[in-house]
Design a protein. Structure first.
Length: 310
């Protein structure tokens, strides 16, 4: 796991270097998932522990697939797939770059003027990438069935969650109960911090100080000729999703959006509010969160043993 993000927040306050302020850099540092306290309780797939778990999952899944009758998997090079996740063949569409991966959207006026809101990462070096598998192999790997799919592979029952799900249970232990976050069902081992994050965000947005920040940002945008009540409304304008590349209007809107965030200290304000709520909920759920962190450390140990014995 990552070290407590709360300790890093001390270094994320207003930063000066050689006597010069860097408002864009300050905003960008706060506008990341890593800058929030709850991030400390989420696994990092790119960490050494995250990578060894990925290796162990595919080592176990490969053996499971062979047992299910997919003899070709005996020759599978797990190193080629351990940083991927499976998708059903024929369903992989090109990823849209519309949208933004940051918690609070665009924060650099110059980059926004170039990319607009088409700023979603498509970095090939990302820790996890999709990989297509034939329908029968996909079903056996994931335990995800479409209408008409058999729940058996070569006469053998597909385990719950498929071979990858079975591997995950072998590494982590029994799966936790399903929870709902924003209307979506989450069955992962880290659904609790995601649920707490979602609830913290909703609560923070109700704070009068957040609403005041929205009004200040909106007023700034209005002066520039753009009419949106808050940054979320600007970033999800349906006009931006109609083209693969940003239009001139989108670029101007996004640049103004980022500039107004800087001019009104929007990101600093809302990040502070949301972080405060997160710290409170961490305190309220500290025992179970720490138990979950310890369980993840045990899972990493289990994964290392599996990899060493492979």
């Amino acid at each position: 796991m990552l070290p407590l993000a709360a300790t890093g927040l001390l270094a994320l306050s207003a930063c000066q270097f050689a006597g010069h302020d860097d408002p864009v850099g300050d905003a960008h540092r706060l506008n990341t998932m890593e800058a929030f306290p709850l991030h400390a309780y989420l696994p990092d797939p790119s960490s050494d522990g995250g990578k060894v778990i990925g290796k162990a999952q595919w080592i176990l899944a490969k053996k499971c697939m062979v047992r299910l009758g997919f003899s070709g998997f005996a020759a599978l090079n797990t190193k080629a797939v351990e940083s991927t996740y499976p998708v059903r063949q024929g369903t992989l569409a090109s990823r849209s770059t519309a949208g933004d991966d940051s918690p609070y959207g665009v924060d650099d006026p110059d980059l926004a003027a170039e990319h607009g809101y088409h700023n979603r990462s498509q970095d090939p070096e990302e820790s996890s990438q999709p990989q297509e598998w034939p329908a029968d192999q996909y079903v056996a790997l994931t335990g995800t069935f479409d209408s008409g799919d058999s729940h058996r592979a070569h006469g053998n029952p597909v385990p719950e969650g498929g071979c990858l799900g079975q591997a995950t249970r072998r590494i982590y232990g029994p799966a936790p109960k399903t929870t709902k976050v924003g209307g979506l069902k989450l069955t992962g081992y880290f659904s609790l911090p995601l649920e707490l994050w979602y609830e913290s965000h909703k609560k923070a947005r109700k704070d009068p100080a957040w609403k005041k920040a929205d009004r200040a940002w909106s007023g700034c945008m209005k002066e520039k000729g753009f009419h949106y009540p808050d940054p979320d409304e600007a970033s999800v304008d349906t006009a931006w999703y109609r083209t693969e590349k940003p239009s001139g209007k989108e670029k101007k809107t996004a640049s103004a959006d980022a500039r107004c965030k800087l001019d009104t200290d929007y990101i600093d304000t809302v990040h502070s509010l949301e972080s405060r709520v997160q710290k409170k909920v961490i305190g309220e759920h500290e025992k179970v969160l720490e138990a979950m962190r310890a369980a993840n450390e045990r899972a990493v140990g289990n994964a290392r043993t599996i990899v060493e014995k492979a």
